[in-house]
Design a protein around this ligand. Structure first.
Ligand code: CMP
Length: 325
C-alpha cells in the first residue's frame, strides 16, 4: 500500500481489534506490519477493564468523560446487570472469604453497571492512579483529584472497579463481555439514540451521556457497536431515496464505533427528539442552542446523534441492536 495521509484517523484508534475507515474502506487491525511497528505500538497499547458501580449510574457520563480526558480510548462498552448471585460471586471470586464479600456481591446486583475496556500506555496502573485509593474517604483525603474522591461514597461504594493485574483484566473482561451479561433493554416507552462515531472519536461520548441523564431521561441499555456498511444501510433504510445525503450518512456511521442506547421516558420518542434538535446542526445552533445537535453536531451527516423519528419505531429500533444484533 502506498503511504498517504488519512484525514480523520487518529493514533488513539490504532490498536489491535480496532475497526478503522481508510478512504471509505472499513479495515480491522488484526496484526502489526513489522517488528518495529509491533514494538512501538505494544509499548503504548496496554488494556484494562473498568466497571462503573450500581450507585454511580447517574454519574456514568461524567465518569466516561473523565476516562477520556485521562487519555484512554474505549474499545468496548456495555451496560448490563448482575442478575444472579452466582455472577457476582464469580466476578469477585478472589474476595471470597473476606468479611465484606456478602455485602459487596449484594450491592453489585442492586442496579445496572457499565463495563468498559480501556486502551492506553500502561493502562492498568494508569487507571488505578486515576481512580485513587479503594476507600473513598482515603481518596478524598489523599487524592482529592481522583475519581473515587469525586464519585465514591465509602470503601465498598467506591464508584468504579478496575482490574488489578493483567490476569484479572483478561478474566474480568471475559466474564463481563460474555453472553451471560445480557443487555438491560426494556423495549417499551423507549426511543433509540445512537452517539455517532465522530463524537466517540472526539472523546465526547461521556458528555452526551451526561447531558441525557441530566435532562432526566433514563438510559436503560447501552452498548458500543461498530457498524459495517450493510448493517448501517439496513438500519437507516427508510431514509434511502428520501435524504439526499444518505450515502454520506452511511459513511459517517461506519467510520468507527458508535454507542447505542435505549432511552426511556413517557412519550420518549417525541420528547427525546425535541432534546436532540433539528437534523442540521447549523439550524440547531441558531434556533435551539441547548439541543444535543447544537452542542455536538458539525454537519448534516456528522450531526452528533441519531434518534428515532416516529413513535411506533422506538421499540423496533432498540430491538434492532439489543435483541437482533
Ligand atoms: P473493587 O475495585 O471493586 O474491588 C473489590 C471491592 O471490594 C472494592 O472495590 C470495594 O468495593 C470492596 N471492598 C474492599 N475492601 C472493603 C472493605 N474493607 N469493606 C467493604 N468493602 C470493601
Amino acid at each position: 500500500m502506498k503511504r498517504m495521509p488519512c484525514p480523520g484517523l487518529t493514533q488513539r484508534e490504532l490498536y489491535l481489534g480496532s475497526i478503522v475507515n481508510v478512504h471509505a474502506r472499513q479495515l480491522k487491525l488484526v496484526d502489526y506490519g513489522d517488528l518495529f511497528t509491533r514494538n512501538k505500538f505494544e509499548a503504548q497499547a496496554g488494556r484494562t477493564f473498568a466497571l462503573i458501580k450500581p450507585d454511580c449510574y447517574i454519574q456514568t457520563g461524567k465518569i466516561v468523560d473523565a476516562i477520556y480526558k485521562n487519555g484512554f480510548s474505549i474499545s468496548k462498552l456495555k451496560m448490563s446487570k448482575f442478575t444472579k448471585p452466582s455472577q457476582a460471586d464469580d466476578f469477585y471470586e478472589k474476595h471470597k472469604g473476606a468479611p465484606f464479600f456478602a455485602d459487596l456481591t449484594t450491592y453489585m446486583q442492586s442496579d445496572v453497571v457499565t463495563g468498559v475496556e480501556l486502551v492506553s500506555p500502561n493502562a492498568i496502573e494508569c487507571l488505578r492512579n486515576v481512580l485513587g485509593p479503594t476507600d473513598s474517604a482515603e481518596a478524598k483525603r489523599d487524592a482529592p483529584g481522583s475519581l473515587r474522591a469525586h464519585f465514591g461514597t465509602d470503601v465498598m461504594r467506591n464508584a468504579v472497579h478496575a482490574s488489578a493485574s493483567s490476569a484479572d483484566y483478561q478474566r474480568e473482561l471475559g466474564i463481563f463481555f460474555s453472553p451471560q451479561f445480557g443487555p438491560t433493554a426494556a423495549f417499551n416507552n423507549c426511543t433509540c439514540c445512537i452517539i455517532k462515531p465522530h463524537v466517540v472519536q472526539d472523546g465526547l461520548a461521556g458528555q452526551v451521556i451526561d447531558a441525557i441523564l441530566q435532562e432526566g431521561f433514563e438510559i436503560s441499555s447501552m452498548q458500543m457497536f461498530t457498524l459495517d456498511k450493510p448493517t448501517a444501510e439496513e438500519f437507516f433504510e427508510v431514509y434511502k431515496g428520501v435524504l439526499p445525503e444518505f450515502v454520506g450518512m452511511i459513511e459517517a456511521m461506519t467510520i468507527g464505533p458508535c454507542i447505542v442506547m435505549e432511552v426511556r421516558q413517557e412519550n420518549a420518542v417525541e420528547s427525546f427528539r425535541q432534546f436532540v434538535g433539528p437534523m442540521d446542526p447549523e439550524i440547531a445552533k441558531n434556533l435551539r442552542p441547548n439541543t444535543l445537535r447544537a452542542k455536538f453536531g458539525h454537519t448534516r451527516t456528522n450531526n452528533g446523534v441519531h434518534c428515532t423519528d416516529l413513535p411506533e419505531d422506538g421499540a423496533l429500533e432498540v430491538e434492532y441492536f439489543f435483541s437482533i444484533q
